[in-house]
Write a protein that binds this ligand. Structure first.
Ligand SMILES: *[C@@H]1O[C@H](CO)[C@@H](O)[C@H](O)[C@H]1NC(C)=O
Ligand SMILES: *[C@@H]1O[C@H](CO)[C@@H](O)[C@H](O)[C@H]1NC(C)=O
Length: 298
């Protein structure tokens, strides 16, 4: 049973983000609890201190959990973050800071919130969720159906099988797994509070859903409460891995510029219409006044 009630669940648009615009800070999903705290309360200051400590920890570790015990019932805050296993510390810190800032606006005054960006996951609540496996399906997205040859599907299946294997690399417990075969890439990751058995169970479930529901798709994403699995055929939806993503993205810049231009055009159009209306209205008023004057006995 998910201990975390999601009132709002935001997910990115159904179309896959194009590879060019995907960065570690790209939005995947977010949710907030229905319960609210009152501003100025102990809970608010406990929450602020836990979020600050998560941001600070993110510059030297890829996972941490934190608990700030409150004096009263319900004042205790539990929180964690998990960065993508191949992020550099600087990129992890940047991602977590970005996630915390976004949570502050999308989950304003909510006791609990969670946000998954491409590069990191941040969650907090006054109900403990630390160490609790959660296989609730939060996001399931499949790309367009593709006509790959049998070799392409075999490589996809091999990558998924690798992700689902407990110790694919022979190195024992792997909470972060990246696999590739030819043009197919796959990635799976658990949140660091799960133990090896729970992580394995969660990833196997996510991979099973991917296989069943995105069977003929060019890419697929399944995010469960505490783990995810994703695959893509090269070029269709590369998962922006690697550390960094610090550089400014030209496509994002172009989109921003376009948005500004469209905004300007809309603004000018509005002013033109408003002025036309105003002059029309004034003409009418003038006309009415001229007409009404002779009739008016005064
Ligand atoms: C969390 O906070 C809400 C709102 O203050 C409260 O109703 C709820 O009982 C709290 N939950 C726990 C587990 O204390
Ligand atoms: C939470 O953090 C503490 C101290 O860092 C650690 O000992 C504990 O195992 C962690 N718990 C979970 C569920 O990750």
């Amino acid at each position: 049973m998910p201990s975390f009630l999601l009132l709002f669940l935001f997910t990115s648009a159904l179309s896959p983000p194009s590879s060019a615009t995907t960065t570690a800070e790209s939005f995947v999903y977010g949710g907030c609890s229905q319960t609210k705290y009152t501003s100025g309360s102990t809970y608010e200051s406990n929450l602020n201190s836990i979020l600050t400590s998560l941001i600070n920890s993110a510059s030297f570790t890829l996972y941490t959990n934190s608990t700030v015990a409150g004096a009263g019932d319900g004042d205790t805050v539990y929180g964690l973050f998990q960065c993508r296993g191949d992020l550099q510390n600087a990129a992890c810190a940047k991602c977590v800071a970005h996630a915390v800032a976004q949570l502050g606006s999308i989950c304003l005054d909510a006791c609990g919130g969670s946000l998954q960006l491409e590069g990191c996951f941040v969650k907090y609540d006054n109900v403990s969720f630390l160490g609790v496996e959660d296989k609730t399906v939060v996001v399931k997205k499949c790309g367009a159906v593709m006509g790959y040859d049998s070799g392409g599907w075999a490589r996809r299946d091999a990558v998924l099988a690798y992700l689902a294997a407990a110790d694919g690399s022979g190195g024992g417990y792997q909470p972060f797994r990246v696999g590739g075969s030819g043009d197919v890439q796959g990635v799976a990751q658990c949140v660091g509070d799960l133990d090896a058995g729970e992580c394995q169970d969660c990833v196997v479930t996510a991979v099973g859903r991917l296989k069943a529901e995105c069977a003929a798709a060019g890419w697929g994403d399944v995010f469960l409460g505490k783990c995810y699995a994703r695959f893509s055929h090269g070029g269709v939806r590369p998962h922006g891995g690697g550390g960094g993503n610090d550089g400014r993205n030209p496509d994002v810049e172009i989109e921003k510029t376009l948005a500004v231009i469209i905004g300007l055009i809309a603004g000018i159009a509005f002013i033109v219409v408003f002025l036309a209306f105003l002059s029309h209205y004034c003409e009418k008023r003038k006309g009415k006044l001229i007409q009404s004057n002779p009739i008016n006995p005064l």
